[in-house]
Design a protein around this ligand. Structure first.
Ligand code: THU
Length: 144
């Protein structure tokens, strides 16, 4: 269960991360934050590159920060963009590696927020349970 205060903190963290976006090519700034099982919040921004294809999305930056700090289970996320849109397909998949059907709050630059569920955004996800030889470290329970 995600508390209202945790949701609010996630949204603030995603908004602050968006301010750090490095997006000189697209000028489309994205900030993301994820809530770990132990209550910690990790954030990330998009990091573009002159070699465009190397661009890192905000959501994946946030997941990398969480995993680097030892988190393995994510309970919720928030993403802030200009127009309040949902994460790209690649980011949905990367989020799902560490999450069940978690809420994702989508925020726009006017402060409007809407809630979506990861399972609705990524039906029939490919997860560790689809692998015949599940790695010991991977999440074992089927959560979707
Ligand atoms: N972007 C993200 O950070 N997350 C997404 O889910 C979609 C796109 C970034 C990548 C690029 O820097 C910019 O938005 C425009 O595609």
């Amino acid at each position: 269960m995600v508390e209202d205060s945790q949701r609010d903190a996630l949204i603030v963290a995603a908004g602050e991360a968006r301010e750090q976006a490095y997006a000189p090519y697209s000028h489309y700034r994205v900030g993301a934050a994820v809530l770990a099982e132990d209550g910690r919040i990790f954030s990330g921004a998009n990091v573009e590159n002159a070699s465009y294809g190397l661009t890192l999305c905000a959501e994946r930056s946030a997941v990398a920060a969480a995993v680097t700090a030892g988190a393995r289970r994510l309970l919720a996320a928030a993403v802030c963009t200009e127009n309040g849109v949902a994460p790209c397909g690649a980011c949905r998949q990367v989020l799902s590696e560490f999450a069940g059907d978690m809420p994702i709050w989508l925020c726009d630059a006017q402060g409007q927020v809407r809630r979506m569920g990861l399972a609705a955004l990524l039906p029939e996800r490919f997860g560790p349970e689809q692998l015949p030889h599940n790695l010991p470290e991977a999440p074992s329970e089927k959560t979707f």
